[in-house]
Design a protein around this ligand. Structure first.
Ligand code: C5P
Length: 252
């Protein structure tokens, strides 16, 4: 019965429901967006991982990241697959490799490349076609899915985000300097907000959620409530038909 409610909109509109979650680095988007998707039975698309995969592929080929066309060619050639707990790039599990500081430091050059952004956005739209999905990134509510049914902008003050990052790293046994983390984060915020195409921006029709002082569980609860307020309440008997499960393959 639960699924029937969820799929009513798709039958009516002929497409999946999209929930976009955008926000700055360190706002805790990734983990809460993933939990939200699982809580409401939607697929999850981590678009930051896509930019990370293209960055890693270019670094491995020792390419000059300023070569706009060559980098764009790589972006359109790589095959990125999402599984429950791993990201696979051209057949290799790169879940850890895409999160190294080297990749994070270089990613701006890839994310600034308008041709790369175009192919990433096209792939994001193909991937979500016909599915209910939570997509997370910087430009999801503004560029990738301007007609999304539910748009959330998740944020927190820079200080709170930096504090969270420091404690996350401490939990992993890595000691870092708070001021340095804050400075690097401010730099990423500048790069993300000043980007000419696809820069971090709050969609005018999005709901902003400030997460300062909230636990991840509390953030999750508020997101579930926001999505719930946008979902249909009546049941369509047609929706009782078996659901189609698509593989989580990122089409080229
Ligand atoms: O979310 P995550 O920190 O993994 O994203 C890494 C980088 O990828 C961001 O700092 C941003 O530069 C870029 N990105 C983007 N557009 C998206 C998602 C991520 O430009 N939709």
């Amino acid at each position: 019965m639960h699924a029937a409610i969820r799929y009513q909109c798709i039958l009516v509109r002929g497409k999946g429901l999209i929930v976009t979650i955008d926000g700055p680095a360190g706002s805790g988007k990734s983990s809460v967006a993933k939990r939200l998707a699982s809580e409401i039975g939607f697929s999850f698309l981590d678009t930051g991982a896509m930019y990370r995969c293209v960055t890693l592929a270019c670094l491995r080929k020792e390419m000059d990241l300023g070569q706009i066309q060559e980098v764009a060619n790589i972006a359109s050639q790589v095959q990125i697959e999402f599984f429950a707990d791993k990201v696979v790039l051209d057949g290799e599990d790169v879940s850890e490799a895409i999160r190294t500081p080297t990749v994070t430091k270089s990613i701006w050059a890839i994310a600034d490349n308008a041709a790369v952004r175009e192919s990433m956005v096209a792939a994001q739209r193909r991937w979500t076609a016909g599915r209910d999905a939570v997509t997370e990134g910087r430009d999801q509510g503004t560029i990738a899915f301007p007609d999304a049914e539910c748009k959330i902008f998740l944020t927190a003050t820079p200080e709170e985000r930096a504090r969270r990052r420091v404690s996350q790293l401490l939990e992993l046994g890595v000691e870092v300097n708070y001021e340095e983390v804050l400075e690097m984060q401010n730099q990423r915020d500048r790069q993300d907000t000043q980007r000419e195409s696809g820069g971090l921006k709050q969609a005018t029709d999005s709901i902003m959620v400030w997460t300062d002082g909230m636990t991840e569980d509390e953030v999750l609860q508020s997101l579930v409530a926001i999505v719930g307020s946008k979902r249909p309440t009546e049941v369509n008997p047609m929706a009782e038909q078996p659901l189609q499960h698509k593989p989580h393959l990122m089409p080229r």
